[in-house]
Design a binder for this molecule. Structure first.
Ligand code: PAF
Length: 287
């Protein structure tokens, strides 16, 4: 596996591959790779002849006061994991090589970015869309893989890809969890032992929502009230940023669950803000 840091070099290599008919898969990451990223890399490996993984802690998606400087980084470890997962090229650029000092162009999907995480992180998704668009232009992948844990990001990137006509198939990779159900995240390292023990209840609360829908409850307000109560009891050190029941693609809050619905939550602990979600489908109403 090669490590490339120069955007010009990755563009030249990927252009050369495209000229030879090679199908390229891209897995964009911010590094500090874990088994969740491993599963995304495997999905790309199954679909493409060559796999590029990017490791770039993208400054434009962090707001003022967020954890840009503290975000965990370990390129050596990332390179070892990527090589084991069959990555051909690890692209690890610097912020200076990705953004000109006078850069003033953004790619945005405001209609979808205003909900869920976008409500408390108003500039986050334009940073994500802008860097992913830049990566698509450099790597020209036929397929790009993103995790379903960041469901809103995935929905926004699908919209961006369709709207801008990028010839890229967007693939979502299922959430990978610890044995006790906590969704894997690079930010889990920020949790204190007490917070780590409580954090499993985010997934358990979402499971409770899914069980209520499976039992026939169709009113999101009833389900959300019950899960809010559960979170209040089991997440004493966490602050719920949001707990919502939304349309899975368009992300607006649902008034009734009569088809697919996404329960999504964000919980802030002292140093980590964790997100998780669960897709449910309503029990068909009796005729
Ligand atoms: O999901 C992430 O790690 C980042 O938001 C992404 C897609 C790599 C863009 O920086």
């Amino acid at each position: 596996m090669d490590i490339v840091s120069d955007p010009g070099e990755i563009r030249t290599r990927c252009r050369e591959w495209a000229r030879c008919g090679v199908v390229t898969g891209l897995v964009p990451t911010m590094g500090y790779l874990h088994a969740g990223h491993g599963s995304l890399l495997r999905l790309a490996r199954e679909r493409a002849d060559r796999v590029v993984a990017s490791v770039f802690v993208n400054p434009t998606q962090f707001g003022p006061g967020e954890d840009l400087d503290a975000y965990p980084r370990d390129l050596e470890r990332d390179a070892a994991l990527a090589a084991t997962a069959g990555v051909d090229v690890l692209f690890a650029p610097t912020p200076q090589s990705m953004y000109a000092p006078e850069a003033a162009t953004w790619v945005e999907v405001p209609e979808l970015a205003r909900y869920l995480c976008g409500a408390s992180r108003p500039t986050h998704f334009r940073g994500v869309c802008t860097v992913v668009a830049k990566l698509f232009l450099l790597v020209q992948p036929a397929v790009a893989v993103f995790g379903e844990k960041d469901w809103q990001q995935l929905a926004i990137l699908r919209r961006m890809t369709a709207d801008l006509g990028f010839p890229v198939e967007i693939v979502g990779g299922p959430i990978v969890r610890e044995a006790d159900g906590l969704a894997l995240s690079s930010r889990n390292v920020y949790l204190s032992p007490e917070e780590r023990a409580q954090a499993i209840h985010i997934n358990k609360g979402l499971e409770l929502a899914a069980a209520m829908v499976a039992a026939g409850e169709a009113d999101p307000a009833v389900v959300l009230a019950r899960v809010r109560g559960y979170f209040a009891s089991y997440l004493p050190d966490g602050t719920v940023d949001y707990l919502s029941c939304v349309h899975p693609a368009r992300l607006y809050s649902l008034e009734r669950i009569d088809g697919p619905a996404l329960f999504a939550a964000a919980v802030k602990f002292s140093r980590a803000r964790l997100i998780d979600n669960r897709l449910v489908d309503a029990v068909a109403p009796p005729r």
